[in-house]
Design a protein around this ligand. Structure first.
Ligand SMILES: Nc1ncnc2c1ncn2[C@@H]1O[C@H](COP(=O)(O)OP(=O)(O)O)[C@@H](O)[C@H]1O
Ligand SMILES: CC(C)(COP(=O)(O)O)[C@@H](O)C(=O)NCCC(=O)O
Ligand SMILES: [K+]
Length: 255
């Protein structure tokens, strides 16, 4: 079975793929100090608890944090006896082209999202991923990654307000009923939530206008459901888009 690891700047997600479905998914915070042995204790405990008797034969990693890759490689080698595929490395082939300025190190998560999006929905896509950063990945009609947009993440924006202004508290994001807040927390939530709705609408509209064609908009990432519920910003919501892309890339490199 395949162990697919998607490491973002905030969270790292591990999923086990049996060839046709994900049998388990677990999430841990991203910490570059964590060793291979620590990962294995955590992972094997969860597998035992859920009585998952998967023999892991293959590992694929996508990481936006270069420093964690070393320990994840050791995990694959020491505990599963396999050399992992690492997205973005020369020995990991992609089924799509990447057309950006020479020397650009595109985030591997964005390449994986592109592969997943093209596999599921075809070309001409805008993929919006609400992670630590909010990224917009533009997928051409032939599935190529052709660039996009990077905006500060929702929680990052709230955190920045809190850290920069003495009188602003730490606030969790939610959808406010009204735009005009009548207390500090409601004012902050309104600024971020409705500001974000506007940001997503404006950027997608400008991408479509710049490319002069209709494009499907796909959303994914931790906070996508918050915006999916009410605002009709997206054509599709796919929670495990990145994980799906990892299975496609693994298949591309092994068959
Ligand atoms: N279900 C959730 N509800 C609320 N916040 C969430 C949820 N999932 C993730 N988050 C928050 O959303 C942000 C992005 O998370 P995540 O998508 O895991 O980012 P990354 O992929 O960059 O690690 C983080 O601040 C995280 O705490
Ligand atoms: C933009 C990102 C920080 C998003 O990471 P995430 O929010 O998933 O942790 C990541 O894709 C990245 O480091 N990109 C490198 C620059 C680029 O993609 O052009
Ligand atoms: K992201």
């Amino acid at each position: 079975m395949l162990l697919a690891i998607d490491c973002g700047n905030t969270n790292t997600v591990f999923s086990i793929w049996d060839g046709s479905r994900f049998v388990a998914t677990w999430r841990t915070s991203t910490e570059h100090q964590r060793t291979a042995d620590q990962y294995y204790v955590w992972l094997s405990t969860l597998m035992n608890l859920q009585r998952i008797e998967a023999e892991i034969t293959d590992v694929i990693i996508s990481s936006t944090v270069p420093r964690v890759v070393f320990n994840l490689r050791v995990l694959a080698d020491r505990y599963f006896g396999t050399r992992p595929l690492v997205v973005g490395k020369p020995d990991c082939a992609l089924p799509v082209a990447v057309r950006v300025d020479a020397g650009t190190q595109v985030g591997p998560d964005r390449l994986v999202n592109t592969v997943a999006g093209y596999n599921l929905y075809g070309g001409d896509l805008i993929i919006v991923d609400f992670g630590t950063a909010t990224t917009f990945d533009v997928v051409d009609s032939d599935g190529a990654y052709v660039g996009g947009v990077i905006a500060p993440g929702v929680n990052l924006s709230l955190q920045a307000l809190h850290e920069a202004a003495a009188a602003l508290p730490h606030v969790d994001i939610s959808r406010p009923q009204a735009v005009v807040g009548t207390n500090t927390v409601a004012c902050m939530q309104s600024g971020i939530f409705w500001g974000y709705v506007g940001l997503v609408r404006e950027i997608c509209a400008r991408i479509r206008a710049e490319r002069e064609r209709p494009m499907k908009i796909i959303s994914t990432g931790g906070l996508a459901p918050l915006f999916q519920q009410s605002e009709e910003l997206f054509d599709e919501f796919k929670d495990d888009l990145t994980m799906h892309g990892l299975t496609v890339i693994h298949r591309h490199n092994t068959t």
